[in-house]
Structure formats: structure tokens, C-alpha cells
Design a protein around this ligand. Structure first.
Ligand SMILES: *[C@@H]1O[C@H](CO)[C@@H](O)[C@H](O)[C@H]1NC(C)=O
Length: 400
């Protein structure tokens, strides 16, 4: 009996709750950008508009007279410190029945339930707006490090709200347990910075590690993966720098860049939609990309007639689709055999000079030692004083 009673009450409540009410609107906007909280009503002469947030008036607007072309008087009231100067309703729009509130420079503190209450000569209107403020993922930063003896992948994502979730995968998939260590920190504004570290699996050097980040508000999942290698080439001999797209990236665009520690330059970009690549000077006459192979995931760059000084450095290729990228960093050393020969010739030359100098020094030292030794043995004979003294002693002895 009481169960039926409860049910009846519940159904009654539902029918009341849904009666004559505009459905709640959910608005999502980005941190520090503008939020638009909609409120539309049947226009009439006079209007008092109040915006509530969690049942506290945060913005009030009164329009006494709807004679918009002449003697209309309107008053604005701000009642909430947090919204002061950031919230506005367009007075012109009010006569059209539009009490939409614009909130500028939004922050996470602005999240919540808002209600717009409009009182006109014709009646009342209420509308509820649920405001979500979000700081979306703008990018992932993935790097490889050799801290504390382990090879590690580190994935970082900054200034995100709500809290992001980081997961790892490999390509090809592995059955081994990946055990990342993930740290999450929130700053004063409530934005999260997350870094996740994963030890590379031993004995599987060709595995690609994929860092995947999502947020609970939905939205796209971001992924990043990275591979690093070292390549040695010879001056004057064409060299192929490999770069292959993992299968999970579908029809990606490609970009090659170069850095030698001081300068950074773009080598080329390949656009997946047009199937064309554009190369930048001075690289355009030193390299080649097979445009027809890129859609099949082969973005290898052929370096022609490379020079030791000009072309030694880091070559990075990045395959990308929206929200996902795969990067391969190639540390390329171009040897200069002639230069090395010259260097070794130089080295032998210096070796000879060194030897000669050493011999000279030894000879000099030997000569000095000899002179010193000779000087000591011949000293008594050469010293006239000692001789006279000796003679004196002799004389004295003879005289006694
Ligand atoms: C209501 O006014 C706002 C500006 O205050 C405007 O952006 C919006 O498009 C208007 N809505 C309608 C339905 O006219």
C-alpha cells in the first residue's frame, strides 16, 4: 500500500517537475574564454531580469519602459563580486526577448547552476543553465630519458581540467605488464599538470610506446608516440633516414625538421589531403621524399651528398592527425673520411714534433748532467783557494 503511495507521489512530482518548464541547458566553455548563458523570453513592456547562481542573484537588469527609441531607462546591478565587470546582457537584445548573459574571462570558479528569472508585464519566465568550464588538452609532450640507469618514456600534459587520465600502449601490442608511474598536480587555479613515466621493456628495442590522454568531460583522446635512433653516414654518400608511421595513425600528414643544437630549420611538410610535399631552401636540393610512399606510412628522407659540418645533427619526422602524433628522432653523424685522414695526418705530424722535442729535451738534460758531474770531479783541481790551503797545510806539516 505504502509502495503504491510512494509511486503515485513520485509520478505526481515528475509531472509537476516537467510541467511548463524550459529544459535545462548545459553550456560548456573554455577557461579564460567567453561563456554564453542563454535565456529567451516572450518580450513585453518592462522587464526585470535576474540571473541567479546557486540561488544568489549575481546580475540584475531593470528596464522600466520599452520605448527603445526614446525615453527608456534601464538600470544595471551587479551583485556578485566574482562576476563584476565580466558579465553583461545586451540591452538592445532585451526588447527582442533575449536576456542571454555573456560571461567573459571565465574560470573554473564560474562553474555551477545558473537561473535566469524574467518578470515582464506579461508574466514570468525561468530558465536554468548548467555551466561547465573546461581547460581542454592542447598537446602532449613525450620524451625519452635515461635517468637512473633505466630507459624511460615520460609523457606530460599541462593545464587541463577536469583531471586527465593517462594510459599507455605499445605498437605492436605486448602482453607484458606496463607499469607507469603517474603524478598529478593542481595549480592555484585548479588546472592539472600530469606526468607519467614508463620504463621501457627490456629486450624489445623496436617497440613503439604510445601515451594516451583523455578527460572525463569526453572530447577527443590525445595520443603521442616517440622513437629515437642513431645513424652514421659518410660525407658525399647518399643516406636514407627512416621514418615509418604506426598503423594506428590513419592517413597522417608529415613534417621533417632539423636541428644541430643551435639552429632549427624546417626541411619539408607533406600534406595528406593534397598528397603533395613542400620543401624549404636550402634543403630542397639536398633531399628527396617519395610522396607516393607516404600514404603507406613510409616517410623516409633521402639525404643527397651530405656534408659533415652542414648535415650532422638531429632529424625529426612527425606524422600527425588531429589529436595524435608519432615522432621519430634520428641523431645523424656524417663522417668526413678525408677530414679524418687529414686529422690523423695532422696527428702523426704532431707526434713527430713531439718525439723530436722529447729527444732534444733528453739530450739537453743528459748534457747538463754530464757537465755537472764533470764539474764536480774537476772542482778541487780548479779551485785555487783550496789548492793554496792544501799547500799551506802541506807546508805547515813540512815545517813542523
Ligand atoms: C541573444 O543575445 C546575445 C548577445 O547578448 C547573442 O549572442 C545571441 O545570438 C542572441 N540570441 C538570439 C536568439 O538572438
Amino acid at each position: 500500500m505504502s509502495a503504491i503511495h510512494t509511486w503515485a507521489c513520485f509520478l505526481l512530482w515528475i509531472s509537476f517537475a516537467t510541467q511548463d518548464k524550459t529544459p535545462d541547458v548545459t553550456v560548456t566553455c573554455f577557461v579564460s574564454e567567453e561563456c554564453v548563458l542563454p535565456c529567451n523570453f516572450q518580450p513585453g513592456s518592462k522587464a526585470t531580469i535576474e540571473w541567479f547562481r546557486q540561488n544568489v542573484v549575481v546580475y540584475k537588469f531593470e528596464r522600466k519602459d520599452d520605448n527603445s527609441n526614446s525615453s527608456s531607462s534601464s538600470k544595471e546591478h551587479f551583485k556578485h563580486e566574482q562576476l563584476t565587470g565580466r558579465a553583461s546582457i545586451s540591452p538592445v537584445q532585451i526588447s527582442n526577448g533575449n536576456a542571454t548573459m555573456i560571461l567573459r574571462r571565465s574560470g573554473l570558479k564560474d562553474r555551477g547552476t545558473y537561473r535566469c528569472h524574467v518578470l515582464t508585464s506579461e508574466g514570468e519566465h525561468d530558465a536554468k543553465v548548467i555551466l561547465k568550464v573546461e581547460a581542454p588538452i592542447r598537446g602532449l609532450f613525450l620524451e625519452q630519458s635515461r635517468m637512473s640507469g633505466y630507459e624511460e618514456m615520460k609523457c606530460t600534459v599541462r593545464n587541463v581540467f577536469p583531471a586527465p587520465r593517462v594510459t599507455w600502449a605499445t605498437e605492436p601490442p605486448t602482453f607484458e605488464d606496463l607499469r607507469p608511474v603517474t603524478r598529478m598536480l593542481a595549480d592555484k587555479k585548479g588546472l592539472y599538470t600530469v606526468d607519467s613515466r614508463l620504463k621501457r621493456l627490456k629486450g624489445q628495442p623496436d617497440l613503439i610506446y604510445i601515451c594516451k590522454v583523455t578527460t572525463s568531460y569526453g572530447g577527443p583522446a590525445w595520443t603521442a608516440s616517440l622513437r629515437e635512433r642513431e645513424i652514421r653516414g659518410t660525407q658525399g654518400k647518399d643516406l636514407t633516414i627512416p621514418c615509418s608511421a604506426p598503423t594506428y595513425l590513419n592517413n597522417p600528414s608529415l613534417q621533417w625538421t632539423f636541428s644541430n643544437g643551435e639552429d632549427f630549420s624546417r626541411i619539408l611538410t607533406y600534406d595528406s589531403r593534397s598528397g603533395r610535399s613542400v620543401s624549404m631552401p636550402p634543403w630542397d636540393n639536398h633531399m628527396e621524399l617519395d610522396n607516393f610512399r607516404v600514404p603507406f606510412g613510409d616517410g623516409a628522407l633521402r639525404l643527397m651528398d651530405p656534408k659533415h659540418l652542414e648535415h650532422t645533427g638531429s632529424y625529426t619526422c612527425e606524422f600527425s592527425v588531429p589529436y595524435s602524433s608519432h615522432t621519430e628522432r634520428n641523431e645523424v653523424t656524417i663522417h668526413d673520411p678525408e677530414g679524418e685522414q687529414r686529422a690523423s695526418e695532422d696527428a702523426s705530424y704532431w707526434w713527430v714534433i713531439g718525439l723530436v722535442a722529447a729527444v732534444l729535451v733528453l739530450a739537453l738534460a743528459g748534457m747538463l748532467a754530464y757537465l755537472k758531474l764533470r764539474g764536480r770531479t774537476s772542482k778541487p783541481r780548479n779551485d785555487p783557494e783550496e789548492v793554496t790551503e792544501l799547500n799551506l797545510v802541506k807546508d805547515a806539516a813540512a815545517g813542523q
